[in-house]
Write a protein that binds this ligand. Structure first.
Ligand code: EPU
Length: 584
């Protein structure tokens, strides 16, 4: 059911032909108790593993037409219709607007989620509204074009709406016209010039299909997911100063005075990767933006090749490419960016043997962690050492930040999040007291007309009680006490991160049962009024019984790392800066 043609299994699969059938599925235990993935035509998905949840697919069919006036008609298409069948139908009906989107694989529902686009037109240009099923209320809801917040290959259905809304029908506002609407794309302009007249919608669609066939592989023959990467956006300054000197011929599209969009395919080709292969995955020679499955590609081949592309293009041009393809990947990789307490280790001006140790294991920056899962990079706490942590871990992208509390050693690096706010505001999740504190402490970030260059942050208040979702990923807040201060830990799947705890109430302990990996603070052997001691942390680990536990947020009193790790039970390990923990 995916165009890559790389096998993967779902634990459960369900398909519905009507809203009634969807409601029946919605009422089942399988729906309630599983991670849900709603797919369309599978033309933009890469399953890196089997999917241990419920995959849902719309088989809702039907296209209807309502004439508004002499010039305009609405075409309403059910989500399970093939996109190409819908375009074909519009051409036959003499409706203008989607002819440039001919030949795009996938289904009609996904056109709204992904805001599909090609040859100068995006779905958002013609979408009137989108009817969805709301899994939170169990009711249908209609979103206007504006409410969908469409952007380049993006919409709210990929962010806060992800997992919550299932598209049932999309309504397109089209013109009653037999001639093409948009001939701005270079080769189409030429096509019209050769014809000596404006081509009809049918002629335009045929020309588009001819152009597509000459560049893009036919998914029925060669597996791929179309464009693998998005075209990157860089600042005009960077483009003029750093890129054109390397190659004055770089094609670009000026978005506004400050920003330029560059074709990723050109960068990949000119980084010397045309036709480059890893296993059965290949950079498609006719269009380098595509990764093709030449027959026997595994998901691992594709992932490795995409990483190689990102690395090579970055080395040559200094531009980071981001995938357009959705990685369906529930494995989790946690990197401990800092394992030290508020003063860090070594402590300034301390001459103890731990602070004088030359071992990297004894150099502990202020506590924070990076969690990579479901294609997202999530930072937990922005420590004052964030800049050096990001540089040493080569962090190129962040999708969200979770804050545990507002003590300086956990938020002092917020200003250094600026590189991750360039394209859009970075969402940062926190409780109301943290929101208020930051509002005072770094008020300059949140003014109505801020100084240009301050980090663009989207503060999201969480109540600390209910789970919340980041782009469809469920996050469970854990309410703990740091001395007397109520703060948060976080559980993401089978991983939990608890720092600065002194007490974990019984009902919150329940939320931490059944973990694969627990990271928990343990300041030092001696008691402390606001932090767990080593012994107290070990006692909590014994009660929770995670498969593996890692201690963090140490001061120098724990001794040398090499000696300390020998004192711990076999499934408990001390964190160190740069430690990577993998959970499958
Ligand atoms: N180019 C190269 N080498 C390549 C590929 C492209 O030099 O291997 C150059 C081209 O010569 C041209 C420029 O890059 O100067 C742009 O190429 P093209 O017009 O083919 O478009 P694109 O930016 O590569 C985007 C969409 C396609 C869409 C086309 C046409 C994205 C990520 N991709 O590709 O969408 O069909 O424009 O509008 O925006 C898809 O999403 O699956 C898809 C195929």
């Amino acid at each position: 059911m995916t165009t890559f043609g790389i096998p993967a299994k779902a634990a459960i699969f369900a398909e519905y032909k009507s809203l009634k059938e969807l409601l029946q599925i919605y009422a089942t235990d399988e729906f309630r108790n599983n991670e849900i993935l709603h797919i369309g035509g599978g033309s933009n998905l890469l399953f890196t593993h089997d999917f241990d949840g419920l995959v849902l697919h719309s088989a809702m069919k039907g296209i209807s037409r309502y004439d508004k006036d002499d010039n305009t008609a609405f075409a309403i298409v059910a989500s399970g219709e093939k996109w190409t069948d819908f375009v074909e139908w519009c051409l036959k009906e003499g409706l203008q607007g989607v002819e440039n989107l001919a030949g795009i694989p996938g289904e009609a529902g996904a056109s709204a989620v992904q805001n599909v686009g090609a040859y100068g037109v995006e779905a958002k240009d013609v979408i009137h509204n989108v009817e969805c099923f709301d899994t939170l209320t169990g009711k249908t809801i209609v979103f206007s074009n504006e409410e969908c917040r469409f952007a380049y290959r993006d919409s709210m259905f990929k962010h806060e709406g992800k997992g919550r809304y299932f598209v049932l029908r999309v309504s397109f506002k089209l013109s009653k016209s037999s001639t093409a609407a948009n001939l701005e794309y270079g080769p189409l302009k030429k096509f019209a010039e050769i014809l000596g007249r404006t081509p009809s919608i049918q002629e335009t669609a045929a020309e588009i299909i001819r152009i597509r066939d000459s560049k893009l592989p036919d998914p029925a023959i060669i597996g791929s997911a179309g464009s693998f990467f998005k075209n990157p956006v860089v600042s005009s300054y960077f483009f003029n100063e750093e890129m054109t000197c390397k190659d004055p011929e770089i094609p670009f599209y000026q978005i506004d005075r400050h920003r330029v969009k560059i074709p990723a395919g050109w960068l990949i080709e000119h980084a010397g990767l045309k036709g480059y292969r890893i296993g059965g995955a290949q950079i498609y020679p006719k269009q380098c933006l595509v990764i093709a499955n030449t027959g026997e590609a595994t998901a691992e081949d594709v992932v490795k090749l995409s990483q190689h592309v990102v690395k090579t293009v970055r080395e040559k041009y200094g531009v980071v490419l981001h995938p357009e393809v959705n990685f369906i990947d529930s494995s989790t990789e946690v990197t401990i960016l800092g394992s030290g307490t508020s003063k860090g280790v070594p402590e300034v001006a301390c001459a103890c043997r731990v602070c004088r140790s030359v071992s990297d294991f004894d150099k502990r920056r202020r506590a924070s962690a990076l969690v990579k899962t479901h294609g997202l990079n999530i930072l937990i706490d922005a420590s004052p050492d964030f800049r050096s942590q990001a540089l040493s871990q080569d962090i190129c992208n962040l999708d969200a930040v979770l804050l545990t509390h507002s003590h300086y050693d956990h938020v002092g690096g917020i200003d250094d999040l600026r590189p991750f706010c360039a394209e859009s505001a970075l969402p940062i999740y926190m409780k109301k007291d943290v929101y208020d504190d930051l509002g005072k402490r770094i008020d300059y970030c949140f003014r109505e007309n801020p100084y240009p260059g301050v980090p663009a942050l989207k503060r999201v208040i969480i109540d600390g009680e209910s789970p919340f979702f980041i782009n469809g990923l469920k996050i469970i807040p854990i309410n703990i006490l740091h001395g007397k201060l109520p703060i948060l830990g976080y559980r993401i799947g089978d991983f939990a991160y608890v720092t600065d705890a002194k007490t974990i109430p019984d009902e919150e302990m329940e939320k931490l049962k059944g973990l694969e990996v627990l990271v928990i603070n343990a300041l030092r052997p001696r008691q402390h009024f606001a932090h767990l001691s080593i012994e107290e942390a070990l006692s909590i680990i014994q009660q929770l019984k995670p498969r593996e536990a890692y201690l963090t947020h140490f001061n120098h009193e724990i001794g040398l790392h090499s000696e300390f790790e020998k004192l711990l039970p076999p499934h408990v390990h001390p964190c160190y800066d740069g430690l990577t923990i993998n959970i499958d």
